[in-house]
Design a protein around this ligand. Structure first.
Ligand SMILES: NC(=O)c1ccc[n+]([C@@H]2O[C@H](COP(=O)([O-])OP(=O)(O)OC[C@H]3O[C@@H](n4cnc5c(N)ncnc54)[C@H](O)[C@@H]3O)[C@@H](O)[C@H]2O)c1
Length: 258
């Protein structure tokens, strides 16, 4: 009964090729584990060989993973690498624009080089990756583009000007792509985490950690695994009609004021 609507069918990524940029990162660890558990064939890319260690851990747990060392700010190489990856894998079903950097500095102290560096990785490179992926997906007549947004795409706090700017851009970029890719079979959504414990976040600073945990209605920081369910929704048949959305996974952070 209702065999096509079982969770196993709806959320399955069996045999699907899923490419994650910044694949050695903290949130990528959670996403990779969730996608692998749903049957995906993972392609993890990152700017250095740390991605090989991540892949080895995942393979040890039974995942199907290949890797590619790829600096996503190198537009030409990124376009070529994504085309080659899809060629080798026989397609590209899901791409996660996950790589990002952050520079924490007051606006008055920021250099133009620091501003450009963040904008280049956090938004310009997402253009390159999404366009390379979309060209393949449009030909296939199917695909999912997931851009990593942030609560900082909606609110702000001090010393984060370039990052907040880039994440706002990611949310708009997501809606714009959903419009341009209409009727192609490709959906585009943003997954917007709240405060999630990784090296990227400021979890090491105890005062800040406790302040944030107290603010969040769920009274704790997010873990990378907290993003698996939402990511799987956006990547799988379960999310077929979800398009152009920013899906916040923030423990309720944006819902309350302090
Ligand atoms: N951790 C959080 O609290 C949080 C909150 C909201 C949004 N996010 C977003 O989630 C995503 C992942 O964040 P994370 O916390 O896992 O960070 P992370 O630093 O652990 O991972 C980011 C990865 O991107 C890679 N990277 C950076 N520049 C690159 C480049 N030029 N080319 C290729 N790879 C590059 C890094 O090597 C790293 O492995 C980011 O888009 C971030 O903005 C994180």
């Amino acid at each position: 009964m209702f065999a096509h609507l079982t969770p196993q069918k709806l959320f399955s990524l069996e045999g699907k090729v899923v490419l994650i940029t910044g694949g050695a990162g903290g949130i990528a660890a959670g996403l990779s584990a969730g996608f692998a558990a749903a049957g995906a064939r993972l392609v993890l890319t990152d700017r250095n060989e740390s991605v090989e260690r991540r892949a080895a851990d995942l393979r040890a747990a039974g995942a199907d993973v290949t890797t590619e060392i790829l600096d996503v700010t190198d537009a030409e190489r990124t376009q070529a690498a994504i085309a080659a990856i899809a060629e080798r894998a026989g397609g590209l079903d899901v791409v996660v624009n996950n790589a990002a950097i952050i520079v924490r500095k007051h606006f008055l102290d920021l250099t133009i080089e620091e501003w450009r560096r963040v904008i280049d990785v956090d938004i310009n490179a997402c253009f390159t990756v999404a366009q390379a992926a979309a060209r393949i997906m449009v030909k296939q007549g199917s695909g999912r583009i997931i851009n990593m947004g942030s609560i900082m795409g909606h609110v702000s706090r001090p010393i984060l000007t370039p990052y907040v700017t880039a994440k706002n851009a990611i949310h708009g970029f997501t809606r714009a792509l959903a419009a341009d890719l209409a009727a192609t079979g490709v959906t585009v959504n943003a997954l917007a985490p709240g405060y999630t414990i990784t090296e990227f976040s400021e979890a090491g600073k105890k005062d800040f950690h406790d302040f944030v945990a107290d603010w969040i209605p769920l009274k704790r920081w997010g873990k990378p695994e907290d993003l698996c369910g939402a990511a799987l929704l956006l990547a799988s048949a379960a999310g077929a009609y979800v398009n152009g959305q920013v899906l916040y996974v923030d423990g309720g952070f944006l819902a309350v004021t302090k």
